[in-house]
Design a protein around this ligand. Structure first.
Ligand code: NAD
Length: 267
């Protein structure tokens, strides 16, 4: 499997380490990052090649893997699909935008391509997919250390000193559609959950800042005629990016393994 990676950050590094270490049977041919210096260093370290994105798309590739930002999904993923490449998307928050989702779906269908969305920092999407047509309510409560919420657009209209938070505090409650715009680096999980389940308008999100939190905790509750699903993930943050759970990077690695494996386990 010949891969190009967009984003030489914390998720990108875990993916590259697993490919060069041999646990994923793939060839990391090219990397791209808007930070050229970072990309060049990354390419040297993992013995791959840094090139301009348009140049990369001219090459023969099996997969373009985004681990960069929602902006990268909006601007680069449609280009990759138009160039006939399968894609994997980590910044799934971008897909809460119905227009972009339809554009990506249409391009993939037209060109007979796949769009892979790993489970990211949550678990249980197998059960959510199975129960989808029977689900009446889904909520996700995300609890994080306050500093990992810093810089979110939400605080432009609701300024607050996160360092002053002394006990678990509900910062936000609303729909997944709104949450991914107000907390774009924090709640990709809400978008992934919506896509597996009942959509971003109906999926409810609660964000809690907890000064004693040592991990990023995601608690999902889904209810309906099928029964009740309760899923809790207590995630260790990535060592070099506290906003990203380590499990998210591992889910990208697991999806790469799944693509290259003949036997597919799980729904
Ligand atoms: N699906 C999930 O559950 C989940 C979980 C964690 C993180 N994420 C998302 O995955 C993405 C990567 O996370 P990370 O921790 O590796 O981030 P990071 O900040 O460590 O690295 C991102 C890299 O992408 C580059 N980049 C950003 N925008 C770009 C663009 N438009 N074009 C080219 N390069 C660009 C940056 O320069 C940086 O080097 C983020 O959007 C994050 O929100 C998703």
């Amino acid at each position: 499997m010949k891969i190009a990676l967009i984003g030489c950050g914390s998720i990108g590094r875990v993916i590259a380490r697993n490919i060069t270490g041999g646990s994923v049977k793939a060839d990391l041919r090219y990397v791209y990052d808007m930070d050229a210096k970072k990309a060049a260093e990354f390419a040297r370290k993992f013995r791959t090649e840094y090139r301009d994105f348009d140049e990369i798309l001219k090459q023969e590739l099996d997969l373009v893997l985004e681990a960069a930002s929602q902006e990268a999904v909006r601007t680069l993923i449609p280009k990759a699909l138009k160039a006939g490449k399968n894609v994997m998307i980590m910044s799934t928050g971008a897909l809460a935008d119905e227009h972009l989702l339809q554009e990506i779906r249409g391009l993939a269908e037209k060109n007979n391509l796949k769009v892979y969305l790993p489970s990211g920092a949550i678990a249980g999407l197998d059960g959510i997919k199975s129960a989808r047509d029977e689900i009446e309510r889904v909520t996700i409560k995300t609890t994080k250390p306050p500093e990992s919420l810093e810089g979110a657009p939400f605080f432009e209209k609701h300024p607050m000193d996160l360092k002053e938070i002394k006990k678990p505090t509900v910062i936000y409650e609303g729909t997944a559609e709104e949450a991914v715009k107000l907390f774009p680096s924090n709640v990709n999980v809400a978008a992934s959950l919506s896509l597996a389940g009942i959509g971003p308008k109906k999926t409810r999100v609660q964000i809690v800042a907890d000064p004693d939190a040592k991990s990023n905790v995601h608690e999902i509750t889904a209810e309906g005629r099928f029964g009740v699903l309760k899923i809790k993930a207590e995630n260790v943050p990535s060592p070099d990016n506290p906003k990203t759970s380590y499990l998210a990077a591992l889910s990208a690695v697991a999806t790469l393994k799944k693509i290259s494996e003949p036997i597919q386990v799980g729904t």
